[in-house]
Design a protein around this ligand. Structure first.
Ligand SMILES: [Zn+2]
Ligand SMILES: [Zn+2]
Length: 326
């Protein structure tokens, strides 16, 4: 009976040993496979751990974020270089992983009190200088406007009278009213009344304004006149509002008004009246010319056509161009 028991026990321990062996083999296999699956791979320089072993160049690895799998590992130096690029010189700028958005924990060593103070000062200056620069810019713009306003008053009402007005008027009011002068001139210049009149005429000329045909060229009705088409052509012709042009036109208006007033209305003794009249005459005359010119351009554009590419047409239309070309 004891013998039987012994042999039975022996069998069980043999089976156990066998099971252990199988388990340990599969565990070893798993352990062997694990490092291959999780083989470190730097997402900055694309090097793997194996590359490194071959190169004998050991770099420190970090796992700086929540990323899983191949993107988990990165070289310390590679990541620092990448962070430098993101921070652009600001060592306190927060940088996060582009994949999982985890903010990297960047640990800066202590520099000491004096250096910390200097760094704080540096940051304050860096942050405030844009505002300071903007302030200086706005300030100079304001004072330039005040000066322009004062000069305009002297120009429009005459030197002596202008000085008297500037001295007698409340100074706080002047500080607001003088810079408002160039602003109003520019805003006024941006109103495109000529275009409005031109469009009005173009839309009605055929029926109601036969008389206008004497001074303003009116395109003959070609039957396929289309309101939308016309408006499109007008829009193409009307020059785009150029900033410099508006600015120059607006700021030169008082001087031009003054000159026109002196030339055409020299019999008027009152400076203000003469300049205002000069300005009005100039604006109206310029507007009329502009309307006339734009209407001409409008008609030219409306009547343009493309002809067949035949020898006859080449002779007729392209000859000049060929001759002119060197
Ligand atoms: Zn790397
Ligand atoms: Zn990540």
């Amino acid at each position: 009976m004891d013998n039987l028991n012994d042999s039975f026990d022996g069998n069980i321990s043999a089976i156990n040993e066998e099971i252990d062996k199988i388990l340990s083999i599969s565990l070893a296999e798993v352990q062997q496979q694990q490092p291959q699956q999780n083989s470190r791979y730097c997402w900055v320089c694309f090097a793997t751990e194996e590359d490194e072993e071959e190169g004998n160049d050991k770099l420190t690895w970090v796992k700086p974020c929540n990323c899983k799998g191949t993107l988990k590992w990165v070289h310390q130096t590679c990541l620092l270089r990448w962070i430098d690029e993101k921070q652009k010189g600001n060592s306190f700028k927060k940088v996060s992983c582009q994949q999982c958005q985890t903010e990297y924990i960047i640990v800066l060593p202590q520099m000491g009190l004096v250096s910390d103070l200097l760094e704080g000062l540096d940051n304050v200056i860096r942050r405030s200088s844009p505002f300071l620069a903007a302030g200086v810019f706005v300030g100079s713009f304001y004072w330039a406007s005040v000066t322009y306003g004062a000069i305009t008053i002297l120009q429009v009402v005459g030197h002596d009278e202008g000085l008297r007005i500037l001295e007698d008027t409340d100074h706080i009011f002047l500080m607001v009213a003088l810079p408002a002068i160039p602003v109003c001139l520019v805003l006024g210049r941006m109103i495109r009344w000529e275009d409005a009149i031109l469009r009005f005429i173009q839309n009605r000329s055929r029926k109601n304004f036969r008389m206008l045909g004497i001074i303003l060229p009116i395109p003959e009705d070609d039957g396929e006149n289309n309101q939308a088409d016309n408006n499109q052509i007008s829009r193409n012709i009307s020059d785009t509002l150029s900033t410099t042009r508006v600015l120059c036109g607006a700021l030169l208006l008082p001087s031009i008004s003054n000159i026109v007033g002196r030339i055409f209305f020299s019999n008027i003794k009152n400076n203000l009246h003469r300049t205002l009249l000069g300005g009005l005459a100039f604006v109206v005359a310029k507007g009329m010319l502009k309307i006339y010119f734009k209407q001409k351009q409008f008609i030219r554009k409306k009547q343009r056509k493309i002809v067949d590419y035949t020898d006859e047409n080449i002779q007729r239309y392209m000859q000049n161009r060929i001759i002119h070309e060197p």
